[in-house]
Write a protein that binds this ligand. Structure first.
Ligand SMILES: Nc1ncnc2c1ncn2[C@@H]1O[C@H](COP(=O)(O)OP(=O)(O)O)[C@@H](O)[C@H]1O
Ligand SMILES: [Mg+2]
Length: 325
């Protein structure tokens, strides 16, 4: 944000090109990151949203140069991740719970700042992270939420252009979450770029300009929360199927997903009007209801539980309960 050389920088904050990272060896491998292409522009706040095991932490490790991809390239602020991190251009709050040191927040931030070429003034870092009020208390005596904001201060100490936060609120209560997001928001308002991971859709939608949904190592959706809802068929049509099968319903115009449960058919459609017209044409309008899917529905339909192989390309027919499809 400040500093003289940075004004010359060109290019996005983050560029992933065809990135693959596999764990394990012959026979038993996990493609933790499976061909990811992603660009994050400077100044954006982007949520990486996915279930546990989706590959978020692996992607973040690659982004920060903590790990190297098997194939593909990662660029951070126009440089290799190693160079960008060493220059203090990217700060991070990682998921692993490293032991909390027995020093004060001010001492910790001062030490981290001393490692960077163009650090923020310590008082400014403490203020930005919202820890000024308890900066002289030992970090290991703070509450979970306070300690997490100190970790955010550590991420800011080098005056980064980008902060990367891996599930930053996972262990926090509602109030601590709110305070942390307030601090993150201040950093973003100053022009900083934020990439955070979460498995909570509501958090992604509320705090990010853009939500990138990751599932089994791949990006399966990318857009605003509203766009993601629409892309999976934001329209919901439910009806008494009166003998129509799930497959018949799945073939109707607009329908992207059918679920049969408790004697009702739930259709997810990207064109409610066309779907309803088609239902009317075949006389299937018994107890018809039309609504909109929630963002949570969209997330769930985009990401498969770990033990289920879903084919997202074709309309899917999901069976719930004992109702035959
Ligand atoms: N060091 C590792 N060794 C082996 N497998 C790993 C390792 N790290 C992650 N994985 C596997 O890679 C996949 C993605 O994990 P991860 O990136 O931690 O996902 P997330 O952060 O979204 O929960 C999971 O299947 C996980 O078990
Ligand atoms: Mg993780």
């Amino acid at each position: 944000m400040t500093g003289k050389t940075r004004i010359e920088d060109r290019g996005p904050a983050v560029v992933f090109t065809g990135v693959v990272k596999t764990y394990g060896r012959a026979g038993r491998t996990v493609r933790a990151v499976d061909g990811v292409d992603l660009i994050v522009e400077r100044g954006e706040t982007v949520a990486l949203l996915g279930r546990n095991g989706a590959g978020k932490s692996t992607a973040i490790g690659l982004l920060l140069g903590l790990d190297t991809p098997d194939s593909g390239t990662v660029r951070l602020l126009g440089r290799s991740p190693e160079r960008a991190v060493r220059a203090g251009l990217a700060g991070a709050m990682l998921q692993d719970g490293r032991p909390i040191p027995r020093v004060t927040a001010r001492e910790l931030v001062r030490f981290v700042a001393s490692l960077h070429p163009h650090p923020l003034p310590v008082a400014e870092t403490l203020g930005l992270a919202g820890v000024t009020a308890y900066a002289d208390r030992r970090v290991d005596k703070l509450s979970g939420g306070q300690a997490q904001r100190v970790r955010f201060a550590v991420a800011l100490a080098g005056d980064p252009e980008l902060v990367v936060l891996d599930e930053p609120t996972a262990a926090l209560d509602v109030e601590a979450r709110r305070s942390l997001w307030e601090s993150v928001g201040k950093f973003a308002e100053r022009g900083g770029t934020v990439l955070f991971s979460t498995h909570q859709l509501e958090e992604a939608d509320r705090y990010a300009d853009r939500v990138v949904v990751m599932d089994r190592g791949r990006i399966v959706a990318d857009g605003s929360g509203e766009e993601i809802g629409r892309s999976v068929g934001g329209g919901l049509v439910s009806l008494d199927p009166a003998g129509l099968t799930g497959l018949e319903l799945a073939s109707l115009p607009g329908v992207v997903h059918v679920e049969m449960a408790d004697g009702r058919a739930q259709l997810r459609t990207d064109d409610s009007d066309a779907t309803v017209v088609a239902l009317a044409a075949i006389g299937a309008v018994r107890d018809l209801r039309v609504g909109r899917a929630t963002l949570e529905d969209a997330f769930l339909s985009l990401t498969a539980p770990p033990d289920r192989e879903a084919d997202t390309a074709a309309p899917t027919v999901t069976r719930v309960g004992q109702e035959a499809v």
